[in-house]
Design a protein around this ligand. Structure first.
Ligand code: GRF
Length: 200
């Protein structure tokens, strides 16, 4: 299966997919990496792996809708079977989801529906939960609200700060992402309302 991965930062989830796809049996390969900004480690990781990259910046467009359509065009050019939003910090809008709906996976560093948005680990720490984790879901029009494909629980330690907690979450997240994307690539995905399962 052909994966397009969208990133905005360090790209360690992307790196996990790049590493997994070295094995031909994995069933998926990253055919392009897209970002909403230049100069991030995620793009450098793609370049080191010889994977084409593109950047689509909101400020280069007259409106968010124009950006959303431009991003959809760029992604479509790589003919993805699956789009993986891994640390991509922009909401994908209607035009994008019309084009790729049901085939966009997003990974979130909290146990949805808890702590949606860009501060999942910080919100979990502030709330004082003892267990948090990560969630892989099929993107819908909401903020981290799509049907859930996989989750992993991660303990919060007494001396955690946001960085130590987020790094512990990311260890589980990368494993969850690689496993689920590989299965989706090999078996397919079916979304039925709030349910999504592997299979054609
Ligand atoms: C991940 O935890 C992702 O869920 C969150 O930001 C982090 C990105 O990490 N949105 P990386 O860029 O994959 O290292």
């Amino acid at each position: 299966a052909r994966l397009v991965v969208l990133v905005s930062g360090s790209g360690t989830n992307l790196q996990a997919l790049l590493d997994a796809s070295q094995d031909p049996a994995y069933g998926a390969r990253v055919v392009a990496v897209g970002a909403d900004r230049d100069g991030i480690e995620g793009l450098a990781r793609a370049e080191r792996a010889g994977v084409p990259t593109f950047t689509v910046r909101v400020r280069d467009f007259p409106s968010r809708e124009h950006w959303d359509r431009a991003l959809a065009e760029q992604v479509a050019a790589s003919e993805p079977d699956l789009v993986v939003s891994a640390g991509f910090m922009k909401l994908l809008g209607g035009a994008f989801l019309e084009r790729f709906g049901g085939r966009v996976l997003n990974t979130h560093p909290a146990l949805s529906p808890a702590f949606p948005g860009t501060q999942g680990p910080a919100d979990a720490l502030a709330y004082g939960v003892k267990v948090t984790g990560c969630t892989l879901f099929v993107v819908d029009a909401g903020v981290d609200t799509g049907p859930i494909l996989a989750q992993e629980a991660v303990p919060v330690e007494a001396d955690d700060d946001v960085e130590t907690l987020h790094e512990r979450i990311k260890v589980a997240e990368r494993r969850m992402l690689v496993d689920a994307v590989g299965r989706a690539a090999r078996e397919g995905l079916r979304v039925e309302g709030r349910r999504v399962r592997f299979g054609a």
